[in-house]
Design a protein around this ligand. Structure first.
Ligand SMILES: [Zn+2]
Length: 418
C-alpha cells in the first residue's frame, strides 16, 4: 500500500507513477548545454528541451557543491537545511568545523522521506563526502541503496544497502579524478533501474571535467555526449528524467592566463595585523586544498577588537571584489543560515577568486590549465530540464518568477503531465 503523496519539508510530492531520475550535473553550467545543442552532440537533452521542459534557475549561494546538493534534495533553501559551505569557523576554538557530514543537516531529503514510507530509492554520488548527507534518515531496510563511485569497492549492506557494487555495475573502480567517476554514477543508476526498478534515483556527478575544460573543448564535448547517451537509456527504461546542476563554472584568469586572485587574508593582515581576522574559503576541503581551494565567495571572521565595519571599509574598493556584505545582509539576501556566517562575506566578480594567504594555497594542481571555478553569483545559474512537459500551472510558475534549483524535485514529481 502506498500513499498518494508524501509531505517533505513543507512540499507535497506525488507518489511517482514511474521511476524518477534526478541527475545533478556537478558544475553543469548552462553554457555547456547551449554549446552541446548548437554542436548537435546532445540529441536527447535537445529533445527534452523541445518536447519537455527547460528553464535556467537560480542555484543556492554560495555556488558550491554541498549547499546546492542539499537544496536540490531537500527542496528548501540553505536557511532551512543549514548547509552553506564545506566548513565554517568555530569562533570559540578558532578551528574550522566541517559542514559536509550529516550532523549539521537540519532536514531530510525527499529520497530519505520516501524511503521511510516504503519507496525504493537510490542515491549514488561520485565523491563519498556527499554520501552521508544525502542518505541522512534513509531507510535502507526496504531495498533502498546509497553509495559513492569513489568508494564503490567498500559497500556493505548495513551502510549502503548493497554489496559488491563493482560487480553489480560490471566495471572496475573509476579513477578519483576522471570523467569516469561521473559516468560510473550514471551506469550504476541504469543498472539499478533495470534490475531493481526503484521509485526514485538521485545521481550526483563530479565537476572534474568542467573545472578543467570550457564548453566546446573536445574533452567536455565527449563527456556531455557520453552523459546524453545514458540519459536516453534512462528514458527508454520508462523513467522521468530531470537534469539540473549544483552550480556553473567560469574561467578566473588575468589576461595573461594566470589565476586572477585576491589574497584576502594577506590584505587584512597587512591592514589590521596577523590574528585580527580569519578568512575561511568554504569551497575548500581543508585549509589547504587541491586545485588551489579557490572560489568566488569567502567569509571573514573578526577577533575581538576588529569590527565588521572596519573590514568592510578596508576592502570594499579592492578591484575584483564585487560585493562586501555584513553577516546579516548576506544571510538575508541569499537566504542563508546566519549561525555559520562570518562577520563579513566577500564575493568576487566574474573573473576573480578570493583566497586566504597566498602561501597556503597550492596552485601546482592546475598543471598549466587555466583556473576555472565557482562560488560567486556568476556561477549560480543552473539548468532544470525535464524529458516530459509540465502542466500549465507549472509552466506559468516558471514564466512568472525565475525558478530556484531547489524546485527541481517539485517540478519532476508534481509538475510533469503524466
Ligand atoms: Zn559542484
Amino acid at each position: 500500500m502506498t500513499a498518494n503523496s508524501i509531505t517533505v519539508n513543507g512540499t507535497d510530492y506525488r507518489w511517482p507513477q514511474r521511476p524518477v531520475v534526478v541527475v545533478c550535473i556537478d558544475g553543469g553550467d548552462p553554457e555547456y548545454i547551449e554549446h552541446g545543442v548548437a554542436a548537435g552532440i546532445i540529441p536527447n537533452i535537445e529533445r527534452y528541451m523541445r518536447e519537455g521542459f527547460h528553464a535556467v534557475a537560480h542555484g543556492t549561494m554560495p555556488s558550491f557543491t554541498c549547499p546546492n546538493n542539499m537544496s536540490i534534495v531537500t527542496g528548501r533553501p540553505a536557511s532551512v537545511h543549514g548547509i552553506s559551505g564545506n566548513f565554517y569557523l568555530n569562533r570559540a576554538t578558532n578551528q574550522p568545523v566541517v559542514m559536509t557530514g550529516p550532523e549539521l543537516l537540519r532536514v531530510n531529503s525527499v529520497m530519505s522521506e520516501f524511503s521511510r514510507h516504503g519507496a525504493r530509492v537510490v542515491s549514488v554520488t561520485a565523491k563519498d563526502k556527499l554520501r552521508r548527507q544525502l542518505q541522512k534518515g534513509m531507510d535502507l531496510a526496504n531495498g533502498s541503496i546509497s553509495f559513492s563511485s569513489q568508494h564503490a569497492d567498500r559497500c556493505t549492506m548495513e551502510e549502503n544497502g548493497i554489496e559488491d557494487a563493482l560487480e553489480f555495475v560490471g566495471q572496475p573502480l573509476p579513477d578519483m579524478y576522471s570523467a569516469d567517476l561521473s559516468l560510473f554514477v550514471l551506469d550504476a543508476g541504469l543498472r539499478l533501474l533495470e534490475e531493481r526498478r526503484p521509485n526514485i534515483l538521485y545521481l550526483s556527478l563530479t565537476d572534474f571535467i568542467q573545472h578543467a575544460y570550457a564548453p566546446g573543448h573536445p574533452e567536455a564535448d565527449r563527456f556531455y555526449a557520453e552523459m546524453d547517451v545514458r540519459f536516453g537509456r534512462f528514458e527508454a527504461l520508462g523513467a522521468t528524467v530531470a537534469l539540473t546542476a549544483d552550480h556553473g563554472m567560469n574561467e578566473k584568469t588575468n589576461d595573461d592566463g594566470t589565476p586572477c586572485v585576491v589574497w584576502l587574508q594577506d590584505l587584512l593582515d597587512a591592514e589590521f595585523g596577523e590574528g585580527a581576522s580569519t578568512v575561511i574559503c568554504p569551497i575548500a576541503d581543508a585549509f589547504v586544498g587541491h586545485h588551489g581551494a579557490l572560489g568566488g565567495f569567502v567569509r571573514v571572521y573578526c577577533r575581538e577588537g576588529l569590527s565588521s565595519e572596519r573590514v568592510i571599509d578596508a576592502i570594499r574598493e579592492v578591484p575584483g571584489l564585487e560585493r562586501v556584505l555584513s553577516r546579516e545582509d548576506v544571510a538575508r539576501e541569499f537566504d542563508l543560515p546566519v549561525g555559520p556566517e562570518g562577520d563579513v562575506a566577500v564575493l568576487g566578480d566574474v573573473r576573480t577568486v578570493i583566497g586566504a594567504r597566498e602561501v597556503d594555497h597550492d596552485l601546482s594542481g592546475l598543471k598549466g590549465h587555466r583556473l576555472r571555478t565557482h562560488g560567486s553569483v556568476h556561477e549560480a545559474d543552473v539548468p532544470i530540464i525535464l524529458n516530459r512537459p509540465v502542466s500549465d500551472e507549472y509552466a506559468r510558475g516558471a514564466e512568472d518568477a525565475r525558478l530556484h534549483s531547489y524546485q527541481a524535485f517539485d517540478y519532476a514529481f508534481n509538475g510533469i503531465v503524466d
